[in-house]
Structures are given as C-alpha cells and as structure tokens.
Ligand binder design. Sequence first.
Ligand code: CIR
Length: 254
Amino acid sequence: MVLRALLRLIPDSFARALSAAPRSVPIDVELARDQHAAYCAVLSSAGVDITLLPADEQLPDCVFVEDTAVIADGLALITRPGAPSRLGEPLAVAAALAPHLELARLSAPATLDGGDCLRLGRTLYIGRSSRTNAAGIAAAEAALAPRGFRVVAIDLPPDILHLKCVCSPLGGDRLLLAEGTLPASLFEGASPVWIPFEDRYAANVVAAGAHILAAAEYPRTLAALAAAGFRVHPVSTSEVRKADGSLTCQSLLF
Ligand code: CIR
C-alpha cells in the first residue's frame, strides 16, 4: 500500500517547460498550480502522506518528479533524465528521499526517465525511448536484479515520449492500456483494462490502492475504471499536457 508521495511545486519558468511540438496555447501557470493543488488534495484524501518540494526556477520541468527516481522495495534509483535541461532535477529529490530509502545512482552515459518504468509485480518494464537508453536500462537491471526484479525492455515508437504515456499500472497484475498502442502480449501475465485509442492520453493514471487519479477530460476512461471497481478521482490535466506531462509524472509514490 502506498503511504507517501513526493511532489514538487511549479516554478514560474514552467511557462517554458519542454514540449515536443511548439505550444499553440501558452501554459497558464496559475491554473497549473491550481490543478497541482487539486492533485495533492486527492492524494491526501486517499490517506497518502505528502512531501512537497519547493520549485526551482532554474528547472522549468521540475514538477515532473517521476522522471528523477525509480522506487522499488526500499531502493530509490536516482536517474539521469534524458533531456539535458532536466539533469539538475534529481538533486533535491535524492536529498528528500534519502531519509526514507536506500539510494543508488545512474552515471553517464546512462540516461533514464522514470516515466519509462512500469512495475507489475516483480517485473519492471522499461521503455527504450528518446529519453531512456540501453545503458540506463542496464543500470536499472544491475540495481534491481539483486532484489529479485526482472527487467524487460520495450522499444517505443518515436511518437511515444514515455512508456507510461500509453499504459499504467493499476495495482496487482492490472494494467490500464490504450487500444492500438502497444500489444498486451508485451506484458506477460497482466490483466489489461482497455480504453479506446482516442483516450490514449488518459491511459496514464495514478493508482494509490483502490483510489485512481485519472484525467478529468475523458469520461469513457473514467467510466471504464469505475466499472473495473476503482474509486475514481478526476483531475484536470490541461496545463501539464501543454508540457507533454500527465498524471504519474507529477509524483513519486513509495
Ligand atoms: C519533458 O519533456 O521532459 C517534460 N516536459 C514532460 C515530462 C513528462 N514526464 C512523464 O510523463 N513521466
């Protein structure tokens, strides 16, 4: 059961956060902060103990803490994010996790974004992406194999930023997966909950026990999750989406 979450406040510089395509509509940073506060409130109401790191104006993408660490069985593997402008982000996250977890660190030339890592049971699926390279995957395997984890690499097509952009774990062997993106056969033994291809952005949800934070803008996905037995909390994602972000990327759960 998840007990704690680490999140980071949004700097004014979030207006200049990375995105693969030029933004047609600017980020409303105040609205982004309101949506982030709502996300924190839902986690709190689900009984999660939240640590909120201060924002860093030098790090426009620092709200996306998921990419800075992979946490499993008492270990936090501190990453080297694949985007050069994000390499400074893990420092404060590592310091905040150190009292709670054993730390291990990636070193160059390895790069790995936590958004590429999806855990189901004792298997960690890692997307080989524009952000996560073979050395990053090998380093994750070296850190986690001694703890009894199997690491399975999944090659991602260039239009998928991170593995969890199109699927996310729901707890146990359950996996939320968007049709027409990745084949379910990649995830051996998983029980998929399917959502339509048109809802693929909403395949990224945060599971905290029976509670699920899901993108508010996708009623079919919200209904599919409720039908699967979850307590669904819609959370607005309009502003993080303008920076290619979604829900899991805003927290580290442990
Ligand atoms: C980036 O391009 O790195 C950020 N603007 C978005 C990162 C989103 N992270 C995630 O989905 N795990």
